[in-house]
Design a protein around this ligand. Structure first.
Ligand code: HEM
Length: 152
């Protein structure tokens, strides 16, 4: 499937993403916290739902954020406003970019690459976000899309 079709099918929908299940379980398992920043909400299954805010030339922009904190503040991973930017060319797929808000100077980074099947792999630019605990290419949770919540 071409990227344009892949993205086009999903217009008007929210991004639902669990980031990485083992990471959520780890953070909550050591007594840390996973917090969502409005307008993102946590789904009953524990994933984060980011509402679509804008669509421009095939690029999907979502809003809201998520923060993971544990180990008395030593672990702080947070990002906001994910966006899916189509990759043009033979392989297609998309880049998942976010604003890294875990440092004093928030910056836009490529968090992951998404292939046409929806597989999500950690990008080089995001290694520091996870304090180099995961190698590049680490599988993150697959992304999914859902109709907006009533009133959302
Ligand atoms: C006081 C500091 C820390 C301690 C004692 C600690 C301890 C641990 C332990 C014991 C595990 C293995 C968990 C398991 O497999 O069940 C782990 C995994 C991990 N830690 Fe930490 N950690 C610390 C700081 C950090 C920081 C600052 C980060 C930054 C993001 C981090 C990110 C991770 C990640 C990504 C994993 C792998 C989770 C997975 O299975 O996907 N940790 N840590």
């Amino acid at each position: 499937m071409r990227t344009e079709e892949w993205v086009g099918q999903r217009l008007g929908t929210d991004l639902v993403w669990g980031v990485r299940e083992t990471f959520l379980r780890y953070v909550e398992g050591v007594g840390g916290a996973v917090e969502v920043v409005s307008p993102a909400v946590r789904t009953p299954e524990g994933a984060v739902r980011f509402p679509l805010s804008r669509e421009t030339s095939g690029q999907l922009e979502f809003s809201g954020g998520v923060a993971f904190r544990a180990h008395r503040g030593a672990l702080h991973v947070s990002f906001s406003d994910p966006s899916l930017e189509p990759v043009h060319g033979a392989e297609g797929g998309a880049l998942l970019t976010v604003t890294d808000t875990s440092t004093g100077s928030p910056a836009r980074i490529v968090l992951a690459t998404v292939d046409v099947a929806g597989n999500v792999a950690l990008a080089d630019e995001a290694l520091a976000l996870f304090d180099f605990q995961y190698p590049a290419g680490t599988a993150l949770d697959p992304i999914a899309f859902a109709d907006p919540l009533p009133g959302g």
